[in-house]
Design a protein around this ligand. Structure first.
Ligand SMILES: *[C@@H]1O[C@H](CO)[C@@H](O)[C@H](O)[C@H]1NC(C)=O
Ligand SMILES: *[C@@H]1O[C@H](CO)[C@@H](O)[C@H](O)[C@H]1NC(C)=O
Ligand SMILES: *[C@@H]1O[C@H](CO)[C@@H](O)[C@H](O)[C@H]1NC(C)=O
Length: 440
């Protein structure tokens, strides 16, 4: 009678009837679900050990944080949904004001000990979410987002026009496939669509798709169930093209255009060597980007090395042409000519001496050279000087006092033209082949 009176009073006050149990805590009390209840935490929650626990898993890509080719690590931020049935937990929502789901601290219940095979840091950093949901059927759902630092074998052959596929494999630590089955709850196209919607940050990379596959992994005579998610990403090449490929191409064009610089004098050689040095600085940057453990020589390395080799050849050609031209200028006052001049000078001296000696006059004596320099000799020195000047400024004109063209200058000119065309066509062919290979 007294309790009924109390119930009426509470109902009047707008409170729910004390006979009803509507708190979440009531469900925990009903289930005897507490932090230290070992029934729920110590063993796999099945009523028959022969029936494995099926864990449904979904993984979405949330961000691509870092991809390092050098160390072959792929660091995504992923979001994982886990769902499994706990046969020890169930209640009738009708008895609890229709509560069909309750969130409890994660450590109240058994959880599958899933790990990621490719993860290279301590596992306890992942699956840290403090709560999980239980439905009245006993379906437990857990979701968590975390960073995975995974190893990923990257193929940089086509860098920077490459596509990388990195795996993230979920596997249980101790439960073999007799106890624990892993199942994807969504198909690949669904996961890809979901990831595209969630994706926050991609950086240098474009997300392509996620595929999921179930795999059995055999170890020490036992079999494990695993779920392999393959994330495919594609590099955005613009940055590398702008900062690396184009500058090298520009240097190559500069080298090609340097054929217009005159071969005489040292400017051409200096210019070419400077361009070559600039390329070798860029090669150092490449060394920073690419991993040293590539099986195949990456195309970008080929690009650099071959262009470097082309430019080296062009420097060598310039040196050769310069050498030939120098030979011309040295060869032009040939020893033969010099001898004739010497003789001429000697003859002059003697003839002067002849003129001078018979007269014996003082004027004649003064006209004779004091230090043995005759007019012929002076003339010869002037001619010599003129010849060097002429040799320096116009190598392509005819030799001194003769009508025959300079032999070496002509050869050098031919080498120059032939080399330029050969160089130009090899460069074009090489770039074309490389481009085809790169975009294949
Ligand atoms: C609830 O669990 C505790 C151990 O955590 C146990 O001592 C107690 O007897 C259980 N109560 C019921 C009603 O099962
Ligand atoms: C993937 O799953 C979604 C819903 O989960 C479904 O609509 C779609 O048809 C499935 N696609 C394939 C290829 O099975
Ligand atoms: C994902 O992308 C890769 C590479 O583009 C392709 O080979 C594969 O078929 C794609 N998978 C799906 C499910 O679309």
């Amino acid at each position: 009678m007294k309790t009924l009176w109390l119930a009426c009073l509470l109902a009047l006050a707008g409170e729910v009837s004390p006979l009803e149990v509507c708190r979440y805590q009531d469900i925990l009390d009903y289930l005897n679900l507490t932090r230290n209840n070992e029934i729920f935490t110590s063993t796999r929650p099945g009523t028959d050990w022969r029936r494995p626990t099926v864990v449904h898993l979904d993984m979405y890509l949330y961000a691509i944080l870092q991809v390092i080719e050098k160390t072959q690590t792929f660091t995504p931020f992923i979001w994982v949904y886990l769902r499994w049935n706990n046969e020890l937990v169930s209640w009738n929502p009708g008895e609890f004001c229709g509560i069909s789901q309750v969130a409890v601290p994660t450590e109240f219940l058994w959880r599958p000990d899933l790990g990621i095979m490719e993860h290279i840091e301590e596992m306890d950093k992942i699956f840290m979410m403090p709560y999980l949901h239980i439905s009245h059927h006993g379906m437990v759902t857990l979701e968590d987002g975390f960073r995975v630092i995974s190893t990923c074998k990257m193929d940089v052959y086509k860098f920077p026009f490459d596509t990388q596929s990195c795996d993230i494999t979920f596997i249980s630590g101790i439960y073999t496939d007799r106890d624990l089955r892993l199942q994807p709850s969504s198909n690949s196209s669904w996961l890809t669509r979901g990831s595209l919607r969630f994706l926050q940050k991609q950086g240098e990379w474009d997300f392509v798709n996620i595929t999921v596959a179930r795999e059995k992994i055999s170890l020490i005579g036992l079999q494990w169930d695993s779920l392999k998610y393959t994330i495919t990403i594609k590099r955005r090449p613009l940055l590398i093209v702008m900062h690396f490929l184009l500058p090298i191409l520009f240097f190559l064009i500069m080298d090609l255009s340097s054929f217009l610089i005159s071969d005489t004098g040292g400017e051409k050689l200096g210019f070419k060597v400077t361009v070559l040095l600039a390329i070798s600085v860029l090669l150092l940057i490449l060394n920073d980007i690419l991993p040293s453990t590539s099986d195949q020589t990456p195309l970008i390395a080929m690009y650099c090395i071959v262009i470097f080799a082309f430019m080296l050849m062009s420097v060598l050609e310039t040196i050769l042409v310069k050498y030939l031209l120098d030979r011309d200028t040295i060869a032009q006052p040939s020893p033969n000519d010099d001898r004739i001049f010497q003789q001429e000078a000697g003859r002059g001296k003697s003839s002067f001496a002849c003129v001078c000696s018979p007269g014996g006059a003082a004027t004649c004596e003064q006209a004779c050279p004091r230090e043995g320099v005759t007019e012929y000799q002076v003339l010869w020195l002037i001619v010599q000087e003129l010849r060097t000047l002429r040799g320096n400024y116009s190598t392509h004109t005819m030799g001194w006092g003769e009508t025959r063209p300079r032999k070496w200058a002509r050869i050098a000119g031919r080498i120059n033209v032939a080399f330029f065309f050969l160089y130009f066509f090899s460069v074009c062919l090489f770039l074309l082949l490389l481009f085809l290979e790169w975009t294949a």
